[in-house]
Write a protein that binds this ligand. Structure first.
Ligand SMILES: Cc1cc2nc3c(=O)[nH]c(=O)nc-3n(C[C@H](O)[C@H](O)[C@H](O)COP(=O)(O)OP(=O)(O)OC[C@H]3O[C@@H](n4cnc5c(N)ncnc54)[C@H](O)[C@@H]3O)c2cc1C
Length: 115
């Protein structure tokens, strides 16, 4: 949901109210570490440290806190995503809700609730 969070923020900036479907139960997408991937999704591994510096990997309107290291452990990056979600009150996510796109309706994006 790293891209999902910024998409929600963009909708809100345009005074539009989005609904984001997230099939898992948390924000963070692949940055949410789990010992075992039950859904088959590739996630960060336990010892992962980011390979892009914090100035380059932050949201443009939400810099990392000063005391965050330049390259950080995956857990800190996940904290940052949560901070972003809380700061902008991104309450528009429906968790445990999968979606699929309907190709015949392209190019208009249309999400079908598949849960
Ligand atoms: C091991 C690893 C290390 C990485 N390290 C770095 C790094 O150091 N620096 C860097 O900049 N980038 C790194 N990346 C790149 C990473 O892909 C991006 O940083 C970013 O997390 C991608 O965000 P995303 O929102 O596109 O995807 P994701 O974080 O994968 O989020 C996708 C979300 O969509 C949900 N979803 C999927 N299908 C459906 C569906 N049908 N219905 C509802 N919800 C659905 C998933 O549950 C998930 O929460 C790394 C990637 C990996 C795999």
């Amino acid at each position: 949901v790293a891209n999902g969070l910024s998409s929600i923020k963009c909708f809100l900036d345009e005074d539009l109210e989005p609904t984001c479907f997230e099939r898992s139960n948390d924000v963070g997408g692949l940055w949410k570490f789990t010992e075992i991937s039950k859904d088959g999704m590739t996630r960060v591994y336990k010892s992962l440290v980011t390979n892009v510096c914090k100035e380059m990997s932050c949201y443009s309107d939400f810099p990392f806190q000063e005391d965050y290291p330049n390259f950080m452990h995956q857990e800190k990056f996940w904290n940052y995503l949560q901070e972003f979600a809380e700061h902008f009150d991104l309450k528009y996510i429906q968790f445990r809700r999968g979606s699929r796109t309907e190709p015949s309706l392209m190019p208009s994006w249309f999400a079908l609730d598949a849960s």
